[in-house]
Design a protein around this ligand. Structure first.
Ligand SMILES: NC(=O)C1=CN([C@@H]2O[C@H](COP(=O)(O)OP(=O)(O)OC[C@H]3O[C@@H](n4cnc5c(N)ncnc54)[C@H](O)[C@@H]3O)[C@@H](O)[C@H]2O)C=CC1
Ligand SMILES: O=C(CO)COP(=O)(O)O
Length: 310
């Protein structure tokens, strides 16, 4: 809907023809965003060829599906199209960041990343939100910020593509840990400690990839971490909370997408490769893999050797 502000027609592609037809008819997505109407200009379509005419394409598929979607869209994408990744995650198996996936599958486009604290429902209701858009060139990032900003949806520009995608991927894993602490009833102080120590992990990983401190401390890093770790409106937090209450992983998802649960293992692999210590994220990955339970993970974190802060 934000992309529709000031535009006459914005195609919205989805893979499920029946769902797209229902969306076009009802002008509401009752499952994901109940009660929120699609903007007039949004034109649902099940034809990927719609991307051909676009100057800007926003890709909001789940991270593990981005490669297949981009591969299918690639023949229709023109050279120089601004391809804006909205997914937050790292690809399992290849351990690739989303910008790498897009560069491999559609080398003709100009990749950008949009990320930051923004629950879809808040954005759709027109509540004030601010996020970061990163592109390799300053001019491209500025142009995208101008094209996509509205009064309530403010875009800050950046050239730190990797820093922005690291923040989005890591905060989801950390939100699962914060949810677990909440589900276990560990209290608000423990939640704050997890956010601060989690941010130290995010910063260490970012530094290993040359991310800028301003990026990690900005909207797409600390900003999104605070949002996602502090509200069970977050699906990652809600998954952790359910696990913390003792639900099995198979039930705890409640049919919702929790990106951190798919990114955790790949995150641990890239952290290990670059010798980055990430004990909280590691605990989440091990719990999700069924190697330890929540109680054992808490015990292990509390018994870690005392060290200097940093
Ligand atoms: N919902 C939110 O508040 C925000 C979500 N994001 C990110 O956007 C990405 C997508 O999240 P949501 O839209 O919330 O998820 P969602 O679960 O609400 O919707 C995902 C959509 O992708 C479709 N899909 C799933 N697999 C697909 C495939 N293989 N090919 C094509 N389509 C496929 C589903 O049918 C569904 O329509 C995630 O990476 C998430 O982290 C980013 C910012 C905010
Ligand atoms: O990324 C988000 C908000 O910025 C959405 O968080 P969840 O995917 O955990 O719901």
């Amino acid at each position: 809907n934000v992309a529709a502000v000031g535009r006459e027609r914005v195609p919205l592609w989805g893979r499920d023809a029946a769902h797209i037809a229902a969306l076009a008819q009802e002008r509401e997505n009752a499952r994901f965003l109940p009660g929120l109407r699609l903007a007039e200009a949004v034109a649902p379509t099940d034809s990927l060829s719609a991307v051909h005419a676009a100057e800007i394409v926003l890709c909001a598929a789940p991270a593990q599906a981005v490669r297949s979607v981009v591969k299918a869209a690639s023949p229709h994408l023109r050279a120089g199209t601004a391809f804006v990744i909205c997914a937050k995650g790292i690809e399992q198996g290849t351990r690739a960041f989303m910008s790498e996936v897009v560069a491999e599958e559609a080398p003709q486009v100009e990749v950008a990343v949009l990320s930051g604290p923004s629950f879809a429902a808040d954005v759709c209701k027109g509540l004030p939100t601010a996020v970061t858009v990163a592109a390799n060139s300053e001019a491209r990032a500025q142009w995208l910020a101008e094209q996509l900003s509205s009064r309530s949806f403010r875009l800050y520009r950046s050239q730190d593509v990797r820093g922005v995608e690291i923040g989005g991927a890591v905060k989801n894993v950390l939100a699962i840990a914060c949810g677990m602490a909440s589900g276990r009833g560990l209290g608000a102080s423990a939640g704050a400690a997890l956010i601060a120590r989690g941010f130290a992990e995010l910063t260490r990983l970012g530094a290993a990839w040359g991310a800028r401190t301003e990026t990690l401390m900005g909207l797409s890093g600390l900003g999104d971490l605070v949002l996602t770790c502090g509200s069970n409106q977050s699906r990652n937090f809600a998954l952790g909370e359910a696990l913390g209450r003792g639900e099995a992983l198979s039930e705890a998802r409640h049919g919702k997408l929790a990106e951190g649960s798919f990114t955790a293992s790949a995150l641990m692999e890239i952290a290990r490769e670059r010798s980055v210590e990430m004990p909280i994220s590691q605990s989440v990955a091990e719990i999700l893999a069924g190697r330890i339970d929540v109680e054992a993970a808490i015990e292990a974190l509390l018994m870690r050797p005392l060290r200097a802060e940093g």
